[in-house]
Design a protein around this ligand. Structure first.
Ligand SMILES: Cc1ncc(COP(=O)(O)O)c(C=O)c1O
Length: 392
């Protein structure tokens, strides 16, 4: 690809990061396995080098740079650093921006282990955190302290799919001199562009849709130019690293991100309609669906939706929920999401909420709508809801 300018996301996904004629004509950048990287001369060894001329395998190889460039190009970032997992990326992003005595503002709906970082790691550094309700918008101004350094967001949020008004929050944060970072795993680099909405840092559990096949752990932190030095320094100090084989799987997965996500979204919208047609269902938590809370913000800020959603059931017994879930044929029960396959889990956000307690009496289920035929998925889930009815 001679120039990225004006190229659409699908084209960038296909061509970014590839340099076949630097690699024997191979279409994909090969897996470079490396610890030692030899330098040819003393002068070369001593020369000050940029991030793309590492002296050691931990700092990356062309395998690493391929995926970093793909994510940056598609998301509209100035750069990207890969990490060993999504949680490793969360830690890198936060730790790169705080020092002892600082204060962090964190959305109440973030992925649970991000709260652990605040409650168990930042506290040891004398960094305090205030959790805020996701619908705070510009009202976040009232929570700023003179030492507030970071605003940490995740939209839609884990399990409850709360949308945050990122542009409104980012405007306040900018005026107060704080860094805005968001976990963009659900939106992916394709469907939400954090840097166009005022964010400085975007975090991905690439384990999910970027890898896309449930067979590798990977994280990514993408950023604007002003964040480069602090992030690269912290990545170096902490030894943040991702394995070349997992990165290769991430690059390979990302080439098909657009077609996979289009199908996830189509099926997820049909799934939402199906669920809402059932009397056992109270409501669906899926911002791309017009019935869902946060739909207006999603419509304004996002260009698509992925396959992860929530459904709140009308109150039933735990045994009824178990008989529904235990008999499902096509839905795996397991953590993570973003692979080709469908998943379902009973969720309980109440232990991870302090600013906006979760008080729903009905069971919340988290569903990942995979790439199976939607009619097979709804038939299986419909039979499960019939079992739920009978068992209650
Ligand atoms: C929104 C979100 N962020 C981060 C992570 C962490 O990613 P990983 O499992 O790759 O550490 C997850 C994992 O479930 C997640 O759902």
């Amino acid at each position: 690809m001679k120039s990225k300018v004006g190229k659409r996301a699908e084209t960038l996904l296909t061509h970014s990061g590839r340099h076949p004629f630097d690699h024997f004509g191979t279409v994909n950048t090969p897996v470079y396995r490396a610890s030692t990287l030899l330098q040819e001369t003393v002068a070369d060894y001593k020369r000050t080098k940029g991030p793309r001329e590492p002296r050691y395998g931990r700092r990356g190889t062309p395998t690493t740079f391929t995926l970093e460039d793909m994510i940056s190009d598609v998301e509209g970032a100035d750069g990207c650093i890969l990490a060993s997992s999504g949680l490793n990326a969360v830690s890198l992003a936060v730790l790169s921006q705080v020092k002892a005595g600082d204060h962090v503002l964190m959305a109440d709906c973030v992925y649970g282990p991000a709260r652990n970082l605040a409650n168990h790691v930042l506290t040891r550094m004398n960094v305090t955190t205030t959790f805020f309700a996701s619908d705070i918008g510009a009202g976040i101004a009232d929570l700023f302290q003179p030492n507030t350094r970071v605003v940490y967001l995740e939209t839609p949020g884990s399990q409850t799919f709360d949308m945050q008004d990122i542009p409104a929050i980012a405007r306040v944060a900018k005026a107060k001199g704080a860094v805005v970072m968001t976990d963009n795993t659900w939106g992916t680099p394709l469907y939400f562009k954090p840097f166009e909405h005022g964010c400085d840092i975007s975090i991905h559990a690439a384990t999910k849709y970027i890898v896309g096949h449930s067979d590798a752990m990977l994280g990514a932190v993408s950023y604007t130019a002003e964040m480069e030095e602090s992030l690269r320094n912290m990545a170096g100090w902490l030894g943040v690293y991702a394995s070349p084989d997992d990165i290769y799987l991430g690059s390979r997965g990302m080439r098909t991100l657009a077609v996979r996500l289009a199908q996830h979204q189509k099926s997820a919208l049909e799934m939402a309609e199906f669920l809402l047609s059932r009397r056992e269902v109270d409501r669906v938590l899926y911002p791309p669906h017009p019935s869902s809370a946060g739909h207006d913000i999603w419509k304004r800020d996002f260009t698509g939706g992925s396959g992860l959603m929530g459904v709140v059931l009308k109150p039933v017994s735990d045994a009824a929920v178990a008989s529904m879930l235990d008999g499902l044929e096509l839905y795996g029960m397991g953590a993570s999401w973003g692979g080709f396959e469908s998943l379902i889990l009973p969720a309980n956000p109440s232990s991870n909420r302090t600013a906006a307690p979760w008080t729903e009496p009905g069971q919340l289920l988290r569903i990942h709508v995979g790439l199976e035929h939607i009619d097979d998925l709804t038939a299986d889930l419909g039979a499960g809801l019939d079992r739920l009815q009978m068992a209650d």
